[in-house]
Ligand binder design. Structure first.
Ligand code: ARG
Length: 391
């Protein structure tokens, strides 16, 4: 009995993969796994139904809490941006891959499978986790070099229900942190994205009146909205809803994939934009200049590994340890104004603030300004020496 466990999304690629794994790879049992990392409920239900009809066994896993706690919160602490863009899809892949491995162990499977193509990042992120274990790895889309047209015909022959048409249509990947849209007409980077691709955000052009919200952070992670304590999942859902109304968090990026291909990717991530802006501002208040400068480098290195899905690389844990240490003082509250596509920090406070109104104020102060004069004599000292020497 040869068993394979397939990471299943309900889409065309992974649906077609089920009969392919039996016909082309001789597996007797195809077990599917749907990982719920915050896709719309209807998508999870549809994928589950479809999997139950097509596969020999199925698991739907609710990973939302774990995803937020173990991947999104660390990303907030690390100001998770790759090339300046909010990390989304990349954060979910390692968790999904780890869960597939667990299911494969419990199902006594010989192989792990995914429906990624050979052009994107996800194949690398999943493979990196899969290859650490003693399983065969099967990637039918990549191995067989399949095209969308071929898959649609194959789906029809195998009674696989599909909503996809042969016209160029975009491909969407969604989790609680980010919705990404690519492909179809968007592949031409000179095409302006049509309004209909957006689902989480209203057009900023039709924005309502500005709204100010208050976010509280503890140890670098958000814990309350407008004074009411909230867990990660409901808090992010709430911010996606509020931010979406204000058209916050749309991005249109030219992105360097791991393989080196440049891709055009559209994102919408209202909660991420709001939380990352707020978190960053609180860091400015609570961390020293030295910490901020050095952490920017650590954050960039962290994001690079997270983008590549290399969370088992020891450096990833090393960087997380540094980041966690800095976050102990990133506690406080931030007010953010939401309006017409932007989330602007308008106020902040922290018990660990290094900012002192008393010290910096133009008014009476305990600092004696005359003390700065000695410091000033050495400021730019070497530049003056050079200037003299060059005369
Ligand atoms: N470019 C992004 C990444 O590699 C997202 C890819 C998501 N896929 C999609 N079908 N939109 O992280």
């Amino acid at each position: 009995m040869k068993t394979v466990v397939l990471a299943y999304s309900g889409g065309l690629d992974t649906s077609v993969a089920i009969p392919l794994l039996r016909e082309r790879y001789d597996y007797d049992r195809v077990i599917t796994v749907v990982a719920d990392v915050g896709q719309p409920d209807s998508e999870i239900t549809d994928a589950t139904k479809r999997a139950e009809a097509l596969a020999d066994g199925h698991h739907t896993l609710d990973l939302k809490d774990e995803f937020v706690k173990d991947y999104i919160f660390p990303s907030i602490k690390a100001n998770g941006l790759y090339e300046g863009y909010v990390l989304g899809t990349a954060l979910a892949r390692p968790l999904i891959a780890k869960k597939i491995v667990e299911i494969a162990e419990s199902e006594n499977a010989q192989a792990l499978a995914h429906g990624c193509t050979g052009k994107g990042n996800d194949q690398l992120r999943l493979d990196a986790i899969f290859r650490a274990e003693d399983f065969d790895l099967v990637a039918p889309m990549r191995d067989l070099n399949l095209t969308r047209e071929w898959e649609i015909d194959y789906a029809l022959q195998h009674n696989i229900p599909t909503t996809v048409t042969k016209e160029k249509i975009w491909s969407v990947d969604e989790n609680i942190w980010s919705r990404s849209i690519e492909g179809g007409e968007l592949e031409d980077p000179y095409v302006i994205p049509p309004e209909e691709i957006y689902e989480w955000t209203k057009s900023p052009e039709n924005a309502p009146e500005p709204e100010v919200i208050e976010l509280s952070f503890e140890g670098g992670v958000p814990v309350a909205l407008n004074g009411a304590a909230m867990d990660g999942v409901p808090l992010i859902n709430r911010l996606n809803a509020i931010g979406g109304v204000h058209g916050i968090g749309r991005a249109d990026n030219i992105e360097d994939r791991v393989l080196g291909l440049k891709a055009r990717e559209i994102y919408e991530h209202p909660a991420a934009t709001i939380l990352l802006n707020a978190h960053r501002d609180l860091e400015m208040l609570a961390l020293t200049r030295n910490e901020l400068r050095f952490k920017a480098m650590v954050d960039a290195a962290w994001a690079e590994l997270a983008y590549m899905g290399l969370v088992d690389e020891p450096l990833y844990a090393d960087l997380c340890a540094f980041i966690d240490e800095t976050q102990k003082r990133v506690t406080g509250a931030v007010k953010v104004r939401l309006h017409a596509g932007s989330a602007t920090v308008v106020a902040r406070k922290s018990d660990f603030a290094l900012y002192s109104e008393e010290l910096v104020s133009f008014g009476e102060s305990s600092l004696d300004q005359r003390d700065s004069e000695g410091f000033s004599k050495y400021h730019g000292f070497q530049a003056r020496l050079v200037r003299k020497a060059m005369k």
